[in-house]
Write a protein that binds this ligand. Structure first.
Ligand code: 3HC
Length: 309
């Protein structure tokens, strides 16, 4: 019985309170699904009230879409009530320490910058309970590098969701060589509770999806740049010839041309010399860089990207 006691004492507390950092598209999407499908107590944290207001409006729009579809036979009032109930369920704060005070799980979805992420986790490490698991939604950085800033590398993993989060069924759970089995299992279960399909991956560059997707999108852009086909024809080809929901040029606009440029630049600078990524698949595209320089970053910009806004 002593043994039973010690095992249960070591066992991580069941996740109830989840804190999401970052009110952007990814963070607000994750917060929404945690509250809606996972029924978790969710706190969304960001540095400004403005960012939190934006995050709530992203959730509002997405939930309105879901309500229209799932509650088609119900009144507009009932649909509005549903949307409001989920949006209201997500608490918001600009106080990072307060946000993690009783948190069981932190999901970080802030700017894709290693130093800023490390600074956040360094701060949170002394504010969150010891049992709290830290995760990053990074798409291109090393999870282990981010985890280094905390004193809990065993309670640290990657939790990588996809845009649009409410619609995309996948979450990649990234296990570094220091992530404990228990942390990994907890994260797999949180993803399942969100009604997502988790897959496991090591801390390799781009994990599974971006490792394949980023070189593919870059090659599609270079194909257009070389004048081999128009953007429109590349998209038609991959939609009708390979059954993809979006063609690669449309998807590049959707992901954000700045994001794509940022990921590939980061890989060129830090993953080619280590031999993790071969140089040819992340070769710079002048066309991509020119569009980004003109502020044509894709769907998120008024100027559009390859396609008009
Ligand atoms: N919230 C809720 N529901 C949404 C939504 C949102 N934000 N966006 C789309 N949907 C739903 C729609 O309501 C619709 O539902 P239904 O089929 O049940 O009626 C469904 O999604 C399809 O939407 P649409 O009819 O408007 O348009 P599409 O059929 O073109 O689907 C799409 C949109 C789901 C975005 C689809 O085009 C798609 O899957 N595209 C590829 C997206 C993709 O690859 N994402 C990953 C990007 S990589 C990434 O995120 C990683 C990062 O690290 C870079």
């Amino acid at each position: 019985s002593l043994r039973a006691f010690s095992t249960s004492a070591l066992r991580q507390k069941e996740v109830e309170n989840v804190t999401v950092f970052g009110g952007g598209l990814m963070g607000s999407g994750i917060a929404q699904v945690l509250a809606h499908e996972g029924n978790y107590n969710v706190t969304l944290a960001d540095v400004t009230e403005d960012a939190l207001v934006k995050g709530k409006s992203i959730m509002q729009k997405s939930l309105t879409r879901i309500a229209k579809k799932k509650m088609a036979d119900q009144s507009a009032e009932a649909q509005e009530q549903f949307v409001k109930s989920i949006v209201d369920k997500v608490q918001t704060t600009t106080d990072a320490a307060q946000a993690v005070k009783s948190s069981d799980l932190v999901i970080e979805a802030i700017i894709e910058n290693i130093k800023i992420k490390q600074d956040l986790f360094k701060f949170l490490d002394s504010k969150a309970p010891d049992s709290c698991i830290f995760t990053t939604n990074t798409s291109s950085l090393s999870v282990k590098d981010v985890a280094q800033s905390s004193n809990r590398p065993d309670r640290f993993g990657g939790f990588h969701a996809f845009n649009p989060v409410p619609q995309m069924k996948l979450v990649e759970i990234i296990k570094t060589d220091q992530t404990s089995e228990e942390t990994f299992e907890t994260l797999m279960n949180v993803a399942r509770k969100m009604k997502k399909q988790p897959v496991a991956c090591t801390d390799a560059p781009g994990f599974i999806v971006n490792r394949l997707l980023v070189p593919y999108l870059l090659e599609a852009i270079r194909l257009v740049e070389r004048g081999e086909a128009t953007a429109e024809d590349v998209d038609i080809a991959m939609k009708l010839g390979a059954g993809h929901p979006m063609g690669p040029i449309q998807l590049a606009d959707f992901v954000g041309l700045d994001t794509l440029s940022h990921i590939s630049k980061g890989w060129r600078e830090s993953r080619v010399s280590t031999g993790e990524i071969s140089a040819d698949i992340v070769q710079e595209s002048k066309l991509l860089e020119d569009l980004v320089a003109q502020g044509r970053t894709g769907k998120k910009s008024d100027k559009g990207g390859f396609y008009p806004a």
